[in-house]
Design a protein around this ligand. Structure first.
Ligand code: ZN
Length: 303
């Protein structure tokens, strides 16, 4: 396969998890019609003010053939962004996904130094940081933060994410047990409320430590961050997986059965009721900004 900058970008991201070390017995039995009511109940368990808004900044952008992201004959190219999300509370915020590192992406077509500075401020002053999964383009901002000790202290990783990172063949983000001990590490099954209106949903498949992040705002509007279950929202809308050739080119072994189960649930249960935000789909996020469901630019007041 011809190597485009995007392919290199994704390949670098994928190196964070060794395909030979992925466990392929992902548990996805909870993706049923009962899951969403359970998630909604869990979102009410932690007392306090629900979040008020969701913000985003774009760190980088590449163009990627849609056929690299999903199984399709369409010849469109799509925006593949590195995005960081802020779940804003009346006081303080949670960060969802912690960005790539500049040194990891020397050839990326578009990179915003301004967003990079904002993201590291956002991570430093967050109450909590969570990542949808343990690939470098989602955790590098934590592991290579200029404010590392501050950020580690309020970053919540799952046991599965830590295990992958400790075995990562990519030395740039590999962590040893001493580093792992500096993080809050969580093991849960299959749901975990982490703040008023915010619930983690276990979703192994893309990586062993993949999870969805459900958010319900004070306004009642809901949203799910789906990470890299798909690289483009079309993958969920059409229930199309990443092409086998792409996975092979990146040396990535996903649990195809788990991904199929998750795509089916996201399409049929979640998507009719709320936006399902794919981590790299720049066009989808622009559309959500236009609809007023996500705000462009972080709100760093009232830390
Ligand atoms: Zn990614």
């Amino acid at each position: 396969m011809k190597t485009t900058p995007m392919l290199r970008l994704l390949a670098v991201a994928v190196l964070a998890g060794s395909p030979t070390q992925l466990r392929l017995n992902a548990q996805t039995a909870h993706f049923t019609n009962e899951l969403l009511p359970a998630v909604r109940r869990a979102a009410s368990l932690i007392p306090g003010d629900a979040p008020t808004s969701i913000h985003v900044e774009r760190l980088s952008r590449e163009r990627m053939p849609l056929g690299v992201a999903i199984e399709t004959d369409a010849r469109d190219t799509v925006a593949a962004d590195n995005l960081v999300f802020q779940v804003r509370f009346p006081r303080g915020w949670i960060v969802v996904d912690a960005a790539d590192d500049r040194e990891f992406e020397p050839n990326v077509t578009f990179w915003s130094d301004e967003a990079y500075r904002h993201i590291h401020e956002l991570l430093r002053d967050a109450r909590l940081v969570v990542v949808t999964h343990e690939h470098s383009d989602h955790v590098a901002g934590v592991l290579r933060s200029p404010f590392r000790s501050q950020v580690e202290a309020h970053t919540l990783l799952t046991r599965a994410q830590v295990q992958t990172l400790m075995n990562a063949p990519d030395a740039r983000i590999r962590m040893d047990s001493a580093v792992a001990a500096r993080f809050a590490v969580l093991d849960y099954e299959p749901l975990m409320p982490i703040a008023p209106g915010v619930v983690l949903i276990k979703a192994p498949g893309h990586t062993p430590g993949s999870q969805l992040v459900y958010v319900r705002l004070q306004s009642g509007s809901e949203l799910i961050f789906a990470g890299d279950v798909a690289w483009n929202a079309t993958g969920i809308a059409l229930e199309r997986q990443k092409p086998a050739a792409t996975l092979q080119a990146f040396g990535l072994i996903e649990d195809r059965d788990a991904i199929a189960t998750e795509l089916r649930w996201l399409k049929n249960v979640a998507m009719p009721q709320m936006p399902v935000v794919v981590a790299h789909d720049g066009a989808q996020v622009e559309e959500l900004i236009k609809r007023g469901l996500i705000v462009a630019g972080f709100d760093l007041r009232n830390r």
